[in-house]
Design a protein around this ligand. Structure first.
Ligand code: GLN
Length: 548
């Protein structure tokens, strides 16, 4: 029988529920169990696809083309398994489903209410993946903080499910904060007590408390928390601030979060967690032998979460290269022909990020030109690839008004064009080219060498494409479509052969990078940056020797 673990949050947001959920799942997986994680978000958007990254950070895309919360990225990166549409549910989706059913007359004239209709639908979705009988554990992370008005139906659904499923089949792990008051030199438990009380008022008592803290929780304090919050002593788990999110599974193992969960769910402990590859990764991450700087050019760079998967993919690729990747955030809006040299000074590689709309486009084009002309390793992703094509068309093919029709609908050289089947679409949500598509690689490309194969599948999220009418011209001048969709002929990867590393992808490789499987293109990008840096040093040494 599938066991359910619900992860709730109290006191404040941003405590890292997603990382705790992912770490717990990792430990269970390492003990030989199967686990998946799902996220329930209390907002009314049907999915986060239409949200500005400033609101909730990056929109993560799954294999089956779901636009989801960025926490699903953490789940995949930690577990090294795929998630799907079913792993992310929002209040908007629940209501949309219930209201559609009401319109179809499915409720037979009854009044449709939050309880039972909305809560029943939440419960149905919470147990949906369990009905497949593929998983020993389903971990459900509830977005938001206990006490929020919009969280109430979810807490009620958890209360009912705990009762429906029976003892030892469902537990609640509550993530809370134990603040340290510097002036008093004291850790304070009262906010946690209040948050547990708030849950109890709604009929749910947490079984385990994971306490975020800046200072270690001493034994007596743990005991006090246990007593005042009605949990067993082993159920108070210390979660100290970590140097990297990737050390959290090991911290949780030390605190026996997995053991306590298994005991409370009446499950055998299984094998001792095997985390050899994880530890090896962490070791390389902590003790790098080299350091490179990557310039990340985007229009949301002031918000770390906006490019979450890219930043994590760089961390994975850095570790395997035993190299620290320092990311210099460069705001594309403030990048011009006059500032590009200064802003890209001492940078070993340039990555141009995905995006939508006109803001910051010229800065992206200037940065790409600079990287291309100065042999700086370049990686363009989605919009970054599209702007690489625009830059090449303008400055190499001399098509001075070349553009994407997204930015200039009346350009006479639409090198990036809206896909035919996109033109009739009027709704915004979930209507882009989304999810996994196959791609065939030219065997003599950097991409094929990186993947070590010529057939790949990668995830997409875009409406515009390279316009194949221009392909001959591009290829005759040195920019080659080395990756193509085998069915449609759509261009998926462009490379410039005469450049040491110039790879631009229409898809988003970052979504598939995990700790145990760093993405091949990111791995070779970091490697190319390292080599470029070494070459620069050699040249500088040779010059200084010559001078002396
Ligand atoms: N705005 C571009 C498109 O829709 C690129 C999207 C992206 O970078 N994800 O095609």
């Amino acid at each position: 029988m599938t066991k359910y673990i619900f992860v709730t949050g109290g006191v404040t947001s941003s405590l890292g529920k997603g990382i705790i959920a992912a770490s717990l799942a990792k430990l269970l997986q390492a003990r030989g169990y199967t686990a998946t994680i799902q996220k329930f978000d209390p907002y009314i958007n049907v999915d986060p696809g239409t949200l500005n990254p400033y609101e909730h950070g990056e929109c993560y895309v799954t294999e089956d083309g779901a636009e989801t919360d960025l926490d699903l990225g953490h789940y995949e990166r930690f577990l090294n398994t795929f998630t799907s549409q079913a792993n992310n549910v929002t209040t908007g989706r629940i209501y949309q489903y219930v209201i559609n059913k009401e319109r179809e007359g499915a409720y037979l004239g009854r009044t449709v209410q939050v309880i039972p209709h909305i809560t029943d639908e939440i419960k149905r979705r919470m147990t949906l993946l369990g009905s497949e009988k593929k998983f020993d554990f389903i971990i459900t992370e509830l977005g938001g903080t206990v006490g929020d008005i919009e969280s109430l139906p979810y807490i009620e659904a958890v209360r009912q499910l705990k009762w429906d499923l029976g003892e030892k089949n469902a537990i609640v792990v509550h993530l809370t904060l134990i603040p340290y008051l510097k002036a008093a030199k004291e850790l304070k438990t009262k906010p946690t007590q209040h948050s547990v009380k708030l849950m109890s008022e709604n009929g749910v008592t947490p079984d385990i408390l994971v306490c975020r803290t800046e200072e270690p929780l001493y034994k007596d304090l743990k005991r006090k928390i246990a007593q005042f919050c009605n949990v067993t002593e082993d159920a108070v788990i210390e979660a100290m601030d970590a140097d990297t999110i990737y050390s959290v599974p090991l911290e949780m193992m030390r605190e026996k979060l997995d053991v306590t969960c298994l005991n409370k769910l009446g499950m055998p402990l299984g094998e001792e967690p095997k985390l050899e590859r994880w530890k090896e990764f962490l070791n390389k991450l902590r003790y790098p032998k080299a350091k490179i700087t990557v310039g990340l050019i985007g229009k949301y760079v002031e918000l770390q979460d906006a490019y979450k998967s890219i930043l994590e993919a760089l961390i994975h690729a850095g570790a395997i290269n035993e190299c620290k990747v320092e990311v210099r955030n460069i705001h594309s809006e403030f990048l011009t022909v006059d500032t590009v040299v200064e802003k890209l000074k001492n940078i070993d590689a340039v990555l141009v990020a995905p995006g939508f709309g006109n803001r910051g486009i010229d800065g992206k084009i200037d940065a790409i030109r600079y990287a291309r002309e100065n042999n700086i390793p370049f990686f363009g992703i989605c919009l970054g690839m599209q702007m690489a094509c625009v830059e090449f068309a303008r400055n190499v093919l001399n098509l001075s008004d070349a553009h994407s029709t997204e930015m200039n609908a009346s350009t006479t050289n639409p090198v990036i064009n809206m896909m035919e089947d996109q033109k009739k679409i009027v709704n915004m949500g979930g209507t882009m080219r989304l999810g996994a598509y196959d791609c065939t690689l030219a065997s003599d490309s950097i991409s094929a060498a990186s993947y070590g194969k010529t057939h790949i599948s990668e995830r997409h999220r875009h409406r515009y494409e390279f316009n194949n009418e221009y392909l001959e011209q591009f290829e005759a001048n040195g920019m080659t479509a080395v990756g193509k969709n085998p069915e449609t002929g759509l261009v998926e990867i462009m490379e410039v052969k005469s450049h040491p590393f110039y790879v631009a992808t229409q898809f988003h490789p970052e979504y598939k990078s995990t700790v145990e499987n760093p993405h091949p293109l990111f791995v070779s990008f970091v490697k190319a940056a390292k080599e470029a840096q070494e070459l620069k040093k050699e040249v500088a040494n040779a010059v200084s020797e010559e001078k002396s």
